[in-house]
Design a protein around this ligand. Structure first.
Ligand code: OAD
Length: 240
């Protein structure tokens, strides 16, 4: 894997770095991606963007829970991979370092990353549909049948298609993107907005943009450098 002298210099000297991750960063942990490799995720005959939608939540909350319970069960045993650990290491290297993720699996935090900006929520939390109280479902906690504060229904604390991002999350990410000198985009298809707009914000504010992905994406043409390969294999090379 050839890494340009320019990227090496940026990686050694930058003070403000932003990493944007997508499902591809967790692929080597065994979490299936939504897209890529010519496929799109389908569950019980339903495309993931139908079962994971605001419309389905309105129509059939138990079906939405069934899909997210299935995914949580599946993820329970999964561990961070070399890419998550490498990214966690970078927080000690750069004075201002931000991880923005579209992933809901919590694997960055499990690998030791602090202050992760989660754009799409977290699968290990439930949230009341009315008062927004949240309930932790990590470490084997079972979710209550109903909200303990107001008695209303609980839903997964994740962003579904057709919903807004959590208050403040994108604004914070966009602020950091506009300030960073180096932006590394890892394992995202770059198709889902507003997350996919962050590299554009970084680039137009003057950052060096690097993409890590085994496939080209719609973001590739605006990137200064494309490292074509798997995140767990490519990321450790940046430090060496
Ligand atoms: P996608 O599934 O759309 O894209 C995954 C990307 O990871 C593809 O471009 C793959 O080529 C790449 N990839 C696969 N294996 C990789 C590896 N080992 N290393 C690096 N890259 C690899 O995932 P996202 O872009 O995250 O939203 O999808 C965005 C959003 O769409 C998700 O957050 C989710 C989904 O709907 C919500 O749930 C709201």
């Amino acid at each position: 894997m050839a890494i340009s002298p320019e990227l090496r210099r940026r990686f050694a000297e930058s003070q403000r770095v932003l990493v944007l991750t997508g499902a591809g960063v967790s692929a080597e942990s065994g979490v299936p991606t939504f897209r890529g490799g010519g496929n799109s995720a389908v569950w019980k005959g339903m495309p993931f963007d139908v079962i994971s939608s605001a419309a389905m939540l309105e129509r059939n909350l138990p079906a939405v829970w069934e899909w997210f319970d299935y995914r949580r069960d599946f993820m329970e045993e999964l561990m961070p991979n070399a890419a998550h650990y490498e990214i966690a290491r970078w927080q000690e290297q750069f004075p201002e370092f931000t991880v923005v993720t579209q992933n809901i699996d919590g694997l960055h935090q499990k690998a030791g990353s602090r202050d992760v900006v989660e754009l799409h929520g977290n699968i290990w939390r439930a949230r009341c549909v009315a008062c927004r109280s949240t309930y932790d479902m990590a470490s084997g906690e079972k979710r209550p049948a109903a909200c303990r504060e107001c008695g209303d229904s609980l839903r997964p604390d994740v962003v579904l298609f057709g919903e807004l991002l959590p208050p403040g999350a994108f604004e914070l990410a966009a602020e950091r993107a506009a300030e960073c000198e180096l932006c590394i985009v890892i394992g995202t298809s770059g198709l889902v907005y507003p997350a996919a707009g962050l590299p554009e914000i970084a680039k137009s504010a003057g950052a060096f943009l690097c993409e890590v992905n085994p496939e080209p994406t719609p973001l590739s043409p605006i990137c200064d450098e494309m490292l074509m390969g798997k995140a767990g294999e490519v990321l450790p090379l940046l430090r060496s």
